[in-house]
Design a protein around this ligand. Structure first.
Ligand code: G6P
Length: 610
């Protein structure tokens, strides 16, 4: 989603802002802009549609020099992605950048127009700029005026503001959109993600919901939601820098796919004893709370939702616990009936997805037993606001299409399943010890699947000219098929749909012909024979098949049937393994189509608006 960077220093800060934007670009990227207070105390800005490189080129021709500034990468919500709508937005002496959505912007716009303010963009953000200018008439102190302004805003915002008349400070406000202050020596910074500031500092202060901050060169002052002056803890951050480098790989996505054996290993570290999962990995209260759990409700979005769907099969089959899974944007607005002793589980790579966070906040009112976040970012809002946490150790994921975050979420969810079954005594004899052993072998198996890279690259050629594809799976492989279809549409823009293979004959079979390849995942389990019949139904209609099949499944190449032999794996872990070739397939199809693999059109890494 959008990204914010700000700086107040004694040196020229334009290059710092630009570097910060480049590091944030993976979050949202349809336009970018920067505003600085130049040395003759005027506000100047440069905005460009497209990538940060466009802004960079424009600044190379017309440099902006100043010691106070703000910058933004935008992912359009209100108004098309063009220069006029790009941030920063100006009003009088002030410049504003904003992440989030102001829900009452229309009413505010009318009021401000009636007061004579002229709007030059279609954005909701511009109302903040004019409202603030209006407040400054009564109260010339920028910080005080910002406090008055945010009282009138409904919705979500992370805001950074500068004022030409107060060149000593940058002010910020957080409500529903994360902001972090980077602490330097004689200079301070602000960003929506600390990654943007890693080149200038490793000390950070995270703003909390409702905080307002006044950031000067040599001081930071923060007020909480009640207006009380507060101190926020300073955190030294040392991880994550390596992720900003693609290394030997052509794209972040390919690098992240290949990191999976290592990050799965990391996710398991310290969480397994000889034959068991260590339940305390979920927090010191976990053993006591898990013993009470009788139901599980999982809520997530996108890829994380697919991880939740796989977990449902595991929780019911292995731990005997009824489980419901729902996308957060639906759950948050539905009248939900909560069964007694239900554990509320959110899954999120970023921990900042607006719908997932809102669902968690609603859940607190609904009488769930406790909340658990399975999340990749330890300092995220989701983690802070949940009772229990399991951090996936995927490291920073830059590619918009989620890969290693998904497989580590699956590992976390299998650990959860085994932990719940363990404390409740519902696992079958020897199941935990077997699966713990299988989990230990998983990184090696994933490495074997990755070794099929060039085979999958060849298969990708079948798809490059197609417009539609179908993904099929049965049982826990159905969500894997959904994830495979999502990957393909996200980065290659080919229409892809997933179906449980048994549903084929109830409709989608009508679409199958030789222009619609069908991708299937076929581990060696009790559903294999049924799946083989479904595949015959496709072949009989001239559909071309690509089957990722267990080496023991006895499937071989035939006319119009391309079989990729997969290393044999325990059926329970097969969703994790079979995800790998589907990730590689979508990657190579996108490369062949020449699309922007890491930053696909219209999408954002972390969706912090509703
Ligand atoms: C966006 C991303 C997806 C991601 C989803 C949920 O749509 O593009 O890759 O799966 O958000 O994000 P989360 O951070 O909550 O897992």
């Amino acid at each position: 989603m959008c990204g914010i960077v700000g700086a107040v220093a004694e040196r020229n800060i334009t290059a710092i802002l630009l570097e910060g934007l480049k590091r944030l670009e993976y979050r949202g990227y349809d336009s970018a802009g920067v505003a600085v207070l130049t040395n003759d105390a005027t506000l100047e800005r440069m905005r460009r549609p497209g990538k940060v490189s466009e802004l960079d080129a424009a600044l190379a021709e017309h440099p902006l020099v100043g010691r106070l500034g703000i910058a933004h990468t935008r992912w359009a919500t209100h108004g098309a992605p063009c220069e006029r709508n790009a941030h920063p937005h100006f009003s009088g002496d002030i410049a504003v950048v904003h992440n989030g959505i102001i829900e009452n912007h229309e009413a505010l716009r009318e009021q401000l127009k009636a007061l004579g303010y002229v709007f030059t963009s279609d954005t909701d953000t511009e109302v903040i700029a004019h409202l603030l200018t209006h407040k400054l008439k009564d109260q010339p102190d920028l910080t005080v005026a910002l406090k008055a302004t945010v009282k009138e805003l409904h919705g979500a915002y992370g805001l950074a503001v500068i004022n030409a008349r107060q060149p000593d400070r940058l002010v910020a406000a957080r409500s529903g959109s994360p902001l972090v202050i980077g602490l330097g020596l004689g200079e301070n910074f602000l960003a929506s993600d600390q990654l943007a500031l890693r080149q200038v500092t490793d000390r950070f202060m995270y703003l909390e919901e409702g905080d307002i901050a006044e950031i000067r060169r040599d001081s930071v002052q923060i007020w909480d939601i009640t207006g009380k002056a507060v101190e926020r803890q300073t955190v030294q951050y040392s991880d994550g820098a390596e992720a900003a480098d693609k290394g030997e790989f052509r794209h972040y996505m390919l690098k992240e796919i290949h990191e999976q054996p290592a990050v799965v290993q990391r996710t398991l570290e310290g969480r397994l004893s000889d034959q068991q999962v260590l339940v305390q990995a979920f927090g010191p209260q976990a053993p006591e709370l898990f013993a009470k759990v009788r139901n599980v409700q999982i809520v997530a979005c996108g890829t994380s939702y697919h991880a939740g769907m796989v977990a449902r099969y595991w929780l019911e089959e292995l731990a005997g616990i009824p489980c419901q899974v729902e996308v957060a944007s639906e759950f948050r607005y539905r009248k939900v009936v909560v069964q007694p002793d239900t554990l509320f589980v959110t899954i999120s790579q970023s921990g900042e997805t607006a719908d997932t966070l809102a669902a968690l906040r609603n859940a607190k009112e609904l009488g769930f037993l406790a909340s658990l976040a399975i999340c990749n970012v330890g300092i995220s809002s989701l983690v802070r606001e949940s009772d229990l946490t399991l951090l996936t150790q995927a490291g920073r994921e830059i590619g918009v299409a989620s890969t290693k975050a998904f497989t580590t979420q699956l590992v976390g969810l299998l650990l959860l399943t085994l932990s719940l079954g363990q404390v409740r005594g519902t696992l079958g004899q020897g199941v935990e010890a077997t699966l713990v052993e299988e989990l230990r072998r998983l990184p090696t198996r994933l490495g074997e699947a990755l070794a099929m890279d060039s085979t999958v690259e060849k298969i990708a050629e079948l798809f490059a000219e197609k417009n539609h594809t179908l993904f099929l799976g049965r049982g826990a492989q159905f969500p894997v098929a959904m994830e495979g279809a999502l990957k393909l549409k996200e980065i290659s823009y080919i229409h892809a749909e997933a179906y449980p293979a048994g549903e084929l004959k109830h409709g989608p079979l009508a679409l199958v012909d030789n222009d619609m390849p069908v991708v299937t995942v076929a581990p060696n389990n009790e559903l294999l024979e049924k799946l083989k019949s479904n595949l015959q139904e496709v072949r009989a209609r001239g559909g071309e098949l690509v089957v990722f099949a267990d080496e023991k499944a006895g499937m071989t190449n035939g006319e119009g049937t391309h079989v990729v032999q997969m290393p044999h794996i325990h059926d329970i872990l097969s969703p994790i393994l079979y995800t790998i070739p589907l990730q590689l397939l979508s990657y190579y199809v996108a490369v062949l189509k020449g699309t922007d693999v890491d930053q696909p059109r219209n999408l954002a890494k972390s969706v912090t608006v509703e």
